[in-house]
Structures are given as C-alpha cells and as structure tokens.
Write a new protein. Structure first.
Length: 96
C-alpha cells in the first residue's frame, strides 16, 4: 500500500470566511474590484434607516477620504511644479 508523505495544505471541513465570500460574490456575479467604498459610505450616511452612530461614522470616513484625496492632489501639484522648475533650470543652464 502506497502512502502519501506530503501533507495537504487544504484544510478539511468548512471553507474559510474569505473563501465563502469569494464564492458568494462569484455566484451573484459581483466583481469586487467594481465596488466603490465611497458610494457605500455615502449611501449609509444618507439612509434614514441606518443608526445615527453608523451615519456619523460614515460621514467621518467620507471626510477622511476627501482630506486624503485633497492631500494627494496638492502633493501631485507640488511635485509637478517642482519638476517644471527643475526642467526650466536645466534648460537655462544648457542655454548658457
């Protein structure tokens, strides 16, 4: 009788929560990458049936997203200005 000396990495029994969610989303036909968390937070914040504490937390999260996006935009704008300034300085050095 041959024995298998390699141990299987798959656990027997009930699948993990992550595997269950993945299967459920596949059955429904939802692409997880198409889900927009900001829209979900906005829907929670606007829903009258959502508990008030959950609405407040959703609003705080939306404000955090907005502040983060504004910071990223200003950082990108600053790096664009710096890149243009460096290019201008390099061009003037080449001209002399």
């Amino acid at each position: 009788m041959a024995t298998n000396t390699e141990k299987s990495t798959r656990r027997r029994g009930r699948p993990s929560k992550q595997e269950e969610v993945r299967r459920m989303l596949a059955e429904i036909g939802i692409d997880p990458s198409a889900i927009d968390p900001a829209r979900i937070l906005a829907a929670l914040a606007a829903s009258k049936s959502t508990p008030p504490t959950a609405r407040v937390m959703a609003c705080k999260a939306l404000l955090g997203l907005r502040d983060r996006d504004a910071a990223e935009d200003s950082t990108a704008a600053a790096s664009d200005v710096a890149a243009r300034a460096i290019k201008l300085m390099a061009d003037t050095r080449k001209a002399h």
